[in-house]
Design a protein around this ligand. Structure first.
Ligand code: SAH
Length: 459
């Protein structure tokens, strides 16, 4: 048997044209059909690259010289773009990002899902794609001049100070800076990861975009926080929007941010925010979508695809804190939500009550276990909505959908590859994907959300 040798060699230079972007934002060049992934390369660019690693089916390269630039290439607006790594696409104009994300969804659906003639709409992007994140979690360290609060430099444990993050709400930047300065004033020591010493590990800020309410969370190694009452009165004096100051205690030597114990130091346990007509209570540990403006765009689309008239029974699998369930409940007869994290279901129930929604029922458990039980108990769903994590739907859940045969399935996805895989299974089981709408929830990062509408084909 002849062993096929890759047509490229390590430490050799090649002239290439980038054809595509990988799902993590690297350029893809092909040399005699053999793909080489090159960070910073953009589709249509001609460049000289150096191959630095060769595997069996692909290789990695470094960009040496750009001969021809993409019309979408720009200078990244953020001064710390390269060190930080939180964004991956700032060297691509926003228009170019939306084109790239559309191509990615289209290609993956046809390559993995074998859905050739699928209608993928242009990506719904943001009018102003900056300053959108409503939550900041910033690690803290001691330096000679005082405290630094910022981000871990890529591939290191070094914390770099950061005054502004361009995808973060300005308010959150201000909160982090102010809290850092106050803690410095009272001589609070930052956590020292190597020796598991010191006090302050992270500063977290949450901001209600509509309500304007702010929560400050101090994540500390010790329960004792020196000068606690001074710190609290300085924070409330300097940051008038603050409604809640919370301490979370994490004594462990770990890079996991939160510990198990959370105490309210001042004010409320929750801040509130609104998406569409629904109000949400958000605690320090609650899951809450980080881009509420685009969340509304995504869930409005899910609601549109569900085509509710008020008579339907709907199941929301992977319901989290019930965001989609509560949107759906306004237009459906009854909504059942299921989610594996008990605290999220507590939040979902609280949010239902907060909005006087009485036709939503929530259960803790695995979607693939709870939904078949509901089916056995006689629940007949007209629409099933799924919004699974990146790994997609459990096969048992897909099989349950194929048994229950709801007239419609609305699939909200944060990973086009698993969306494609699952759509293929549903198509083979009798559904037709009629349209797919990508929504840009995380501008300047490689992430891409999409919602797909499936209808049961008449047999
Ligand atoms: N629609 C939700 C977010 C969904 S994120 C919202 O807007 O709040 C995916 C959710 O699926 C997470 O909350 C995760 O905890 C949950 N999950 C993961 N595996 C699950 C399973 N097997 N069954 C039910 N829920 C699951």
């Amino acid at each position: 048997m002849t062993k096929l040798k890759p047509p490229v060699e390590k430490n050799t230079y090649y002239d290439v044209t980038f054809e595509d972007l990988t799902h993590d934002g690297a350029g893809v060049a092909k040399i005699e059909g053999f793909p080489i992934f090159v960070p910073n390369g953009l589709p249509d660019e001609k460049a000289k690259i150096k191959v630095i690693k060769v595997q069996k089916n692909y290789g990695f390269g470094r960009l040496i010289e750009l001969y021809e630039k993409s019309k979408f290439r720009i200078d990244a607006p953020c001064p710390i773009y390269k060190e930080c790594g939180g964004c991956q696409l700032q060297h691509l104009s926003y228009e170019g990002q939306l084109v790239a994300k559309h191509n990615q969804v289209q290609q993956v659906l046809s390559r993995i899902g074998k859905l050739q003639n699928i209608k993928v709409h242009p990506v719904l992007g943001m009018e102003n794609p900056w300053r959108y994140r409503n939550k900041a979690q910033v690690p803290v360290a001691d330096r000679e001049g005082g405290l630094v609060a910022g981000f871990y430099q890529q591939r290191s444990h070094e914390i770099i100070d950061m005054e502004a993050c361009l995808i973060q709400q300005e308010k959150n930047d201000q909160v982090v800076q102010t809290v850092k300065t106050i803690c410095e004033k009272y001589g609070i020591q930052a956590y020292d990861e190597k020796n598991n010493k010191g006090t302050l590990r992270h500063i977290m800020a949450r901001y209600g975009l509509v309500s304007g309410e702010i929560m400050v969370v101090l994540i500390t190694r010790t329960k004792d926080l020196p000068h606690k009452s001074n710190i609290i009165s300085d924070i409330t004096a300097e940051l008038p929007g603050v409604k809640s100051i919370v301490q979370n205690i994490n004594p462990k030597q770990t890079n996991v941010i939160f510990g198990n114990e959370t105490n309210v130091l001042w004010g409320e346990e929750y801040i509130y925010d609104t998406i569409g007509d629904i109000k949400f209570a958000i605690s320090a540990r609650s899951f809450y979508q980080v881009n509420p403006e685009q969340t509304k765009v995504l869930y409005d689309k899910a609601l549109e695809y569900a085509e509710l008239t008020g008579k339907e029974t709907v199941i929301d699998a992977y319901c989290g804190i019930g965001t989609i369930s509560l949107f759906l409940a306004q237009k459906a007869k009854k909504v059942y939500g299921v989610e594996i994290v008990p605290e999220a279901i507590e939040d979902a129930k609280r949010n239902a009550a907060l909005n006087y929604i009485h036709n939503a029922e929530f259960a803790v458990g695995e979607a693939e276990v709870v939904i078949p039980k509901w089916y056995k108990d006689g629940v007949k769903a007209d629409v099933i909505v799924v919004d699974p994590p990146r790994k997609g739907c459990d096969d048992a859940l897909l099989q349950t959908i194929l048994t229950m045969k709801p007239g419609k399935v609305v699939y909200v996805s944060c990973n086009p590859a698993t969306l494609a895989r699952d759509l293929r299974i549903l198509e083979d089981g009798g559904y037709e994907t009629t349209e797919v709408q990508p929504v840009d929830m995380f501008p300047h990062t490689v992430h891409c959300e999409a919602v797909a509408k499936l209808v049961l084909k008449p047999n």
